[in-house]
Write a protein that binds this ligand. Sequence first.
Ligand code: ACO
Length: 402
Amino acid sequence: GIVVSTLLRDTGMVTVDPGFMNTASCESQITYIDGDEGILRYRGYPIDQLAEHSTFLEVAYLLIHGELPTREEHDAFVERVNRHTLVHEDFRTFMGTFPRNGHPMAVMSSAINALSTFYPESLDPFDPETVELATVLILAKTRTITSYLHRTSRGEPLLYPDYSRGYVEDFLRMTFAVPYMQYESDPIVVNALEKLLILHADHEQNCSTSTVRIVGSSHANLYASVAAGINALSGPLHGGANEAVLKMLDEIKANGGDATDFMRRVKDKEDGVRLMGFGHRVYKNYDPRAAIVKQSADAVLSALGKNDELLDIAMRLEEIALNDEYFISRKLYPNVDFYTGLIYKAMGFSDSMFTPLFALGRMPGWIAQWREMMSDPQTKIGRPRQIYTGATERDYQDLSTR
Ligand code: ACO
């Protein structure tokens, strides 16, 4: 890589690296990415194997604890998480106090941050049992909070968890069930969501994960750290891209569905328009997650009988991009967000819920990275330097003389 510029200071060498393109902030054993080859592994396991065979909670355990659980460890972990999915009644009230049209990402980060006030016994970042308790509480409550985001935005009553169902299945029930009515889950939908959450579960030192680590490096507790991660994720250049993709596809459809003309605008950089869901800081090849999501999109949409015109537009955009010099020379391929929104929409989620679903999936990664950092004796408070380019020393002038 190229270091953008360096300055020799009396404190040593200071490197200016905007966007941290060439700066490693830590050593980590959690996630491996080879951006040129399009490889992603969690703790050494290829992402496609985990997406095919594992479950979200098993992957969460793997990321956080480093190994796949034994049957006994698995059952105990799943049982413990499920048992904590109920939230305090006051917390349910709190969830209902936000304006209905407020973006759910803002509600989500506030809610996760506020959780710490309900569980003061789980805040010590250096006691292993306390950290494990906070881990379980956050994984469990985030699931409930995410379903409440959907329901409160519609003014619908909030449902209680059903411990006998799986994590993902009960999340869907709590989100979509009609109160007092029997809810039959669709195994194709449960399976697809399980896969999507696994694909989002970690991605090494991206913007939100780096945020979680830097907040935690001040010894802020796990809730405060992951709440900060949710805020970082909300931007359209990061997790917010899945919502932005749908907005883009809707606009193309509304303008007559002309993918070619839209791509002309992207290539001309007209009004700074970008092909959302394309390009990645690390992947300079097809994002391995996008390949799995694309298959899933096809399967879910046809199983649900939703032949979405937006999927056709997305596929046309991809086809144009894969054969166009602008995208080829810049190594721009679909990223994980390009097709996810279409699946979430087919499942019944509104656009503003797409990024909270990303956050639900990313939670195990944030927790694993925070825990790895906290237990690393080399960790120091994150404190980058700068190259000062402002005014040199000058004397204060009284207001009357300015
Ligand atoms: N559409 C059109 N052109 C693009 C796109 C795009 N999506 N992405 C990058 N480019 C172009 C840039 O204009 C630039 O061209 P230039 O060399 O002529 O100036 C070149 O490709 C390099 O782009 P950068 O912005 O320098 O790349 P960077 O690594 O900083 O950005 C990012 C990566 C933010 C993901 C970018 O590709 C982008 O904005 N994509 C769209 C948003 C998106 O999908 N984000 C989700 C990322 S994945 C995730 O967070 C889960």
